[in-house]
Structures are given as C-alpha cells and as structure tokens.
Design a protein around this ligand. Sequence first.
Ligand SMILES: Nc1ncnc2c1ncn2[C@@H]1O[C@H](COP(=O)(O)OP(=O)(O)OP(=O)(O)O)[C@@H](O)[C@H]1O
Ligand SMILES: [Mg+2]
Length: 260
Amino acid sequence: MTDPKELRAQGATPLVEMEDISISFGGIKAVDGVSVDLHPGEVVGLLGHNGAGKSTLIKVLSGAYQMDAGEIRINGNKVEITNPRDARSHNIETIYQTLALADNLDAASNLFLGRELVTPMGLVNDAAMEAECRKIMGRLNPNFRKFNVPVSALSGGQRQSVAIARAVYFNAKILIMDEPTAALGPHETQMVAELIQQLKAAGIGIFLIDHDVHAVMELCDRASVMKNGQLVGTVDIDDVTDDDLLSMIILGKKPEKAAA
Ligand SMILES: Nc1ncnc2c1ncn2[C@@H]1O[C@H](COP(=O)(O)OP(=O)(O)OP(=O)(O)O)[C@@H](O)[C@H]1O
Ligand SMILES: [Mg+2]
C-alpha cells in the first residue's frame, strides 16, 4: 500500500473528492462551498466547533442529506448519492457516534443486521453468521470473546469493534466515523486507534470527525477545519501543532507557516 502522503505528492486521483458542497436548512447555510478530499489509506480529520457543519458535510457523502450544490467524485468519476443505498453501492460505510447496534442481539446478528446469511432453504443461518463473525473479529479484535451475549453487555470499545467489523465485512473502501471515541475511556480509545491503523493498512480511506485536537494529531494524516459552515483550510498533520489546529478552529484562519 502506497503511503497516502506519497499518493498526494504524485498527484494521484483521490478516492473521494467533495467539491464546492453547499446545503442549507431553512435559509441557513449549514455547509457553504466546502471542498475536501481523501486518498486510500488516509485518515482525514474534520474539526470545528459545535454547529460548524461537520456532520452535515459527511451526511451528504453517506446519503443521509442531499446537497443543494456541489459535486462528489469517487476515483475521479462523478457520482450521484441521493440515499444511503447509493452510498453503500460505492462502498461507503458510516459509523455514527450512536452506533445503531441492536442492543438485544449478539455480535453476529448485528454484523449481518439487514443483510442476514440464509441457508439454501431461505432460513436465517445463525451458525454461518457466527462463524463469519468469529473470523472477522479474530482479525480485528483477537481478544474479543463475547460472541453469545447481547451487545448491550459489551463495553463501548467492544461495541465500536463490532460496528467497525460490519463496515469491513461489507467491503468498505470509504469509512465515515463521526466521533467514534466520544463515549469511550482511554483504554477503549486506544483500541479504536489500533483498529483505525488496521483499516488504513488495508487501504481504506477514513473521514474522522473528532472534537479532540490531540486525537486528530495522533490518528490523522490531514485535518480539514470548518467554521460556520465554511472550510477554514486543510493542513498536513506533520506541518502543524495542536495549537495551530486550535487557532484554526477558534480564529477561523490558517496558521502562517501552513498557509501554502
Ligand atoms: N436536519 C437539520 N435541520 C435543520 N438544521 C440542521 C439540520 N442538521 C444540521 N442543521 C444545522 O446545520 C448546522 C451544522 O450542523 P452540524 O450538525 O453539521 O454541525 P457539527 O459541526 O456536526 O456540530 P457538532 O460538533 O455539534 O456535532 C447547525 O447550525 C445545525 O443546527
Ligand atoms: Mg456533528
């Protein structure tokens, strides 16, 4: 897998390009002419205050909202994403902060929720689903043992790994994570960080929304900062400090030295 920084330096066609995206709610521009892009194996952080437009921007990509103006390209080809099904057909998977797991079902049932494996007779094939679940969890989170309990009995980090397994199992190429560690303790946050490294190594591109500048510095290759629906700028993490990112969020200006 080529390093995403190298891909950018070579001018490779990005995996995702969102260009000049705008969307309004009742006359208020929630997202106003924002452009961001993403390469395979890259994590791009989206930062900004509450209400900056981060979730709205990625909901355009996940098909939850329809943009008023702009263009989305995947591998250089213009695509129409008008609903979540369109997004999935382009291998875009979303993990929301509220994980949308079915609490009363076990990990395997959640992995295949809405996409169940069936026997040739058309019956739900629990044994096959559990076997597949054990395979993918063995890869992503080898310490995971809680296969036969409802996911309500799992820790936040374990639940997060089930959600990530679902995205990986269904062949996500583009993953959207909206504050994946917001409700997690330090140990579990570390576990999600390790999962993100694995997804990167597999060539998956990730848009990561996070409020924590420090986490973005650790996990991301680049960061795009938004303020009042507009893009303040996109910077390479190697070129900035925590304070640079903070000042972009607060002042809405790019730091001088990263201004190129
Ligand atoms: N469905 C909606 N209807 C009306 N207004 C909306 C809707 N979704 C978002 N907005 C508005 O759009 C703006 C951007 O909201 P958005 O949720 O994208 O912000 P955010 O950057 O994700 O914030 P946070 O960090 O709090 O999650 C806000 O002013 C919000 O009130
Ligand atoms: Mg949000």
